[in-house]
Design a protein. Structure first.
Lengths: 331, 342
């Protein structure tokens, strides 16, 4: 058993559509390689449309047409089974057997992810009963109640319908649902985005707490850098479907190396800092017709001729610190 | 557990509110059916007298006058409109809809009672069957859009659906009664069979009503199928379904409890509306296939200026629609918990 629970190798994917015979391809995931270690929180940051959610769909094996994988491998190494290689090509039955037991998913938009006509208790049966090894339904219910109590959720919510719960409660139910089977990997897509800051903080603490007890790997996606600063051990920065920088949270915040990351971090408000924040010029590239070379070069203050011709590969520049830029380094 | 006071429960409040609405709708509906015939320029009494004159009857003016007042009383047309209205409600609440004018002196209520079982039997069964089959096929079609039979079922439904009903009915009639004469052309049961609860009569009725039922099912089915298919194909892309799939929940549960269960909600409302329409009868079906139901009764009432019968039939269909919508509204919280507390 290796130290890594997930390794992604040269993943490439496109949204492929065909309308009235006109084929269109939008390259959303461009050559991403990434490894996740056991017992860590890995954050992925990036602006809207940078491919964060698409990446998560691929990693959790929930992609559907028109999203098409062009190449690459996503392999997990779970503790209790032989290495599950390549979720992109395994059968539905194989995927279903790892789902929730080894790999659970907190989907974006927690307000709508529970079946509106099903009581919460039934949802727990649907998602977790198969994996819990508690054949008696009453005992199972007891186990759920005990687990909910740990998450400070009252037992009564089991008899409620999703619409009867507040947004924060619903989010906690989703997190309870995703963690009750003690999975190896939890993939969370914007788990705090629709919540106000108070509930956001509670939710983050909850994720942190559960992760601390269960020692699972959490892959957390959000565009909110403050969330990453609070919870992530390592951070990957995405831009235009590419991973442009990856490193320990400290390094990303205090020693960013890619010009895009530097702008991103530089744009964050700091207490006591009243200087004017410089915005990035231009817009994120259109992925249907991306610029040649490095996708960031049209907006990059350091761009040289080379940047518009070739796409820089990821290069190790420090302890677990990788960056994809020819002219990386401090400003 | 503490005993709840039923009169203070939200459901009771909802029930009272909903019943109030129901009574209001029925009241307004019946009032309109009372007013509309009275706005007509023809006076039914004069009409009747003219008919008699035309047929050559020679009546003494005094006799004519007493005949006129007798007729006016019989038709409930004495006094001001307000007096008539009050008298009308008095009779209505006693279950008396007055005598039919065209088949005097048979009470309207008796005519309706005789026609109603035919219409209800035919429409209720066909509505339920087409709702059930249509939703089943539509649900499967929406959930498995790539299957080959789905494409054929959809093609069939989209082809049959826009054909006007009377054409479908006549095509069936021509095919199965003339080209391949396996079914009778008209009537609800064979001549000479005695009405009653016996095997021969029931068999004869089933045989005679098979074609009209088939025509109604064919036409109804397409609508339910296409409606359900598009509902399902939307719900399949909803977050909670994608989430259930990401959770590795078995496909059968997802299809039944997540997709179909949610897609059925608007279809249940639709069923309630169609069940209400049962009471207005199937005019064309009953005329094409000669079924002595409410539709035929309405048709006869209209062509013979039988105002009291027209009113009687209208009141029945108002009651039918209102009652079934009321029932659907009261039962709906059982299907959709979000409606529960009104």
């Amino acid at each position: 058993m290796s130290q890594n629970v997930l390794s992604v190798e040269q993943l490439n994917a496109v949204y492929r559509t065909e309308l009235y015979g006109i084929k269109r391809e939008v390259k959303v995931i461009n050559d991403i390689s990434l490894t996740l270690k056991r017992d860590e929180v890995f954050g992925i940051a990036g602006e809207s449309g940078s491919g964060k959610t698409t990446l998560i769909k691929l990693l959790s094996g929930t992609h559907r047409a028109p999203l098409t994988v062009l190449g690459g491998k996503v392999s997990y190494d779970f503790e209790d089974r032989d290495a599950c290689t390549d979720v992109l090509n395994c059968s539905r039955a194989d995927l279903d057997s790892i789902r929730w037991k080894n790999l659970s998913y907190v989907m974006q938009g927690s307000m709508n992810v529970l079946n509106p006509v099903r009581k919460i208790h039934k949802s727990f049966i649907d998602f977790a009963y198969r994996h819990m090894d508690i054949p008696d339904k009453d005992d199972f219910r007891e186990a759920v109640v005990t687990y909910l109590a740990k998450l400070r959720l009252p037992a009564e919510i089991l008899n409620s319908y999703p619409h009867e719960l507040s947004g924060g409660m619903r989010q906690r139910v989703i997190i309870a649902l995703a963690t009750i089977c003690n999975p190896d990997v939890i993939v969370a897509d914007e788990p705090t985005t629709a919540l106000d800051v108070v509930v956001q903080r509670e939710t983050l603490n909850l994720i942190r707490e559960i992760q601390g007890q269960q020692k699972n790997t959490v892959l957390l996606i959000t565009h909110d850098m403050a969330v990453h600063a609070n919870i992530a051990d390592r951070i990957g920065i995405m831009y235009a479907g590419r991973l442009v920088e990856e490193g320990k949270t400290r390094d990303i915040f205090y020693n960013p190396s890619h010009p895009y990351t530097q702008h991103l971090i530089g744009s964050l408000p700091r207490i006591g800092d009243s200087s004017h924040k410089e915005g990035l010029k231009g817009n994120p590239p259109n992925l249907a017709s991306p610029p040649t070379g490095c996708p960031f070069h049209p907006r990059c203050p350091r761009a040289k001729k080379e940047c518009s011709e070739r796409n820089p590969a990821m290069e190790m520049i420090g302890d677990e610190h990788r960056v994809a830029c020819y002219y990386h380094g401090a400003k | 557990m503490k005993k709840k006071n039923i009169f203070k429960s939200p459901f009771f409040k909802y029930l009272v509110q909903r019943l109030g609405q129901f009574l209001l709708v029925v009241f307004v509906g019946i009032t309109v059916t009372f007013i509309v015939p009275r706005l007509s320029p023809t006076n039914p009494v004069e009409q009747k007298i003219n008919q008699m004159m035309v047929s050559g009857a020679n009546i003494h003016p005094e006799a004519l006058e007493s005949f006129r007042s007798a007729m006016t009383e019989m038709y409930g047309l004495e006094g001001t409109v307000w007096d008539q209205y009050r008298a009308f409600w008095g009779r209505f609440l006693r279950g008396d809809l007055g005598p039919s004018l065209s088949s005097y002196p048979v009470p309207v209520i008796d005519l309706i009672k005789k026609a109603l079982p035919w219409t209800i039997g035919l429409m209720l069964t066909t509505t339920l069957i087409s709702w059930f089959i249509g939703n089943l096929l539509g649900g499967l079609a929406g959930y498995f859009p790539e299957k080959r039979w789905v494409k054929w079922a959809e093609l069939g439904a989209t082809c049959i659906r826009p054909i006007p009903y009377y054409i479908t009915a006549f095509i069936l009639l021509i095919i199965f009664c003339f080209i391949i004469p396996v079914f009778p052309t008209s009537g609800a049961y064979a001549r000479g069979v005695i009405e009653g609860f016996n095997l021969k009569f029931i068999g004869s009725v089933l045989y005679h009503t098979f074609l009209p039922a088939l025509s109604l099912i064919l036409v109804g089915l397409g609508g339910w199928l296409l409606g359900m298919r598009s509902l399902v194909s939307n719900i399949v892309a909803d977050d909670f379904v994608l989430y259930a799939e990401a959770g590795g929940i078995d496909q059968n549960t997802i299809m039944k409890k997540y997709v179909i269960r949610n897609a059925l909600l608007p279809q249940i409302t639709g069923l309630g509306m169609s069940l209400g329409a049962v009471f207005s009868g199937a005019l064309i079906t009953e005329i094409v296939f000669g079924i002595p139901g409410l539709g035929q009764l309405t048709y006869r009432a209209v062509i013979s200026f039988d105002y009291s019968l027209i009113m009687g039939v209208s009141i029945f269909s108002i009651m039918g629609v209102s009652v079934s919508v009321l029932i659907v509204d009261l039962l709906y919280p059982l299907f959709d918990p979000r409606i529960r507390l009104g």
